[in-house]
Design a protein around this ligand. Structure first.
Ligand SMILES: Cc1cc2nc3c(=O)[nH]c(=O)nc-3n(C[C@H](O)[C@H](O)[C@H](O)COP(=O)(O)OP(=O)(O)OC[C@H]3O[C@@H](n4cnc5c(N)ncnc54)[C@H](O)[C@@H]3O)c2cc1C
Length: 293
């Protein structure tokens, strides 16, 4: 049981999530904001943002700093962890590797999975494919695993797995300026993953350069496929299906930003974040639950 039930849990601290959190706090709601990396690593890569109204010629990094400072000045509760699962019920339960949280409504602002899923990834989820080393690492004690990471934080996970597993192959899918400092049983490999294969369980990772015999594959992206986060949520292609008020197919769950589809733009993300939080507040009021600090 969590200690407190929040009014609104927001998953993702990019432009959409920060916009939702800002207005949620201005409307005096208890807001819980989850961000497992730096606030929007994606936007921080933008060299120059030309089309965000009112801020001409701003860098992605500066725009992200301004958005974060503005939102955090209103004191949402920020949790620097990854939400792994959301369970609907009387209230929503959100699980991170370390804790359980509860909220009366949820806003998904997770961005897009901007790499195609690998062949076999979906089929072997829970049977050798995992998105969380802290959660599932112990299942692979003395076994061999591969870690495919699109974020620098993946190196920490590979290091941790190196302490538990017999062998770890680390396949960074990003450019690293620093050398990797791993134990001898962690091998850094180049190459693009192509497919995950096996029978009942994963037994192989196929890359464009080799085939690795493995018992498990950990895949660490900025955003995971949303259907893993909240099974059963209705999608439209790869993105979350929403109505004009940003409600999803799950009552009490709203979505905003890139995760609802194109155009993948900041102004759309912040606008949708605003609509989503106002709709979440309307939802809370319709339930007769008007929390607030
Ligand atoms: C190089 C580049 C240049 C760009 N230039 C422009 C531009 O000039 N103009 C423009 O309008 N747009 C631009 N964009 C697009 C813009 O960055 C996105 O449209 C915008 O960031 C979307 O915001 P978002 O909040 O929906 O998602 P994101 O910014 O992707 O944020 C999602 C956040 O959720 C977090 N997250 C995901 N899953 C979880 C979880 N399970 N638990 C906790 N946290 C989670 C992620 O770490 C991330 O911080 C550019 C993008 C790139 C990559």
């Amino acid at each position: 049981m969590a200690e407190k039930v929040y009014d609104i849990a927001i998953v993702g601290g990019g432009p959409a999530g920060l916009s939702a959190a800002l207005t949620g706090r201005i409307r005096n709601k208890d807001v819980l904001l989850f961000e497992h990396l730096d606030f929007s690593p994606k936007l921080q890569k933008a060299h120059l943002v030309e089309n965000y109204p009112g801020l001409p010629q701003v860098t992605g990094k500066d725009l992200m700093r301004l958005l974060a400072e503005h939102c955090l000045a209103h004191n949402p509760v920020v949790v620097r962890e990854k939400v792994l699962n959301i369970f609907p019920g009387d209230v929503f339960t959100l699980l991170t590797p370390a804790e359980t949280y509860e909220a009366r409504s949820v806003i998904l602002a997770t961005g897009v999975v901007n790499t195609a899923l690998f062949d076999g990834e979906r089929d072997f989820l829970g049977r050798g494919v995992s998105y969380c080393a802290t959660c599932d690492g112990l299942l692979y004690r003395d076994k061999t695993v591969a870690v495919i990471s699109y974020t620098r934080e993946g190196a920490h996970e590979a290091k941790y797995l190196g302490e538990i597993c017999r062998d770890v192959y680390y396949l960074p899918q990003y450019k690293s300026e620093e050398p990797f400092l791993f134990r001898d049983n962690v091998t850094v490999l180049q190459g693009k993953p192509r497919a995950i294969t096996g029978k009942e369980q994963v037994d192989r990772l196929v890359t464009d350069q080799r085939e690795l015999s493995v018992d498990g594959v950990f895949i660490l992206r900025q955003s995971d496929p949303v259907e893993n986060l909240l099974p059963g949520i209705e999608l439209e292609g790869e993105v979350i299906k929403v109505s004009r008020d940003m409600s999803t197919s799950v009552s009490g769950v709203f979505a905003a930003g890139d995760c609802t589809g194109k155009p993948w733009q900041i102004a759309k993300a912040t606008g949708e974040g605003l609509v989503a939080v106002l709709s979440a507040i309307t939802f809370l009021e319709s339930q007769g639950r008007q929390g607030g600090p």
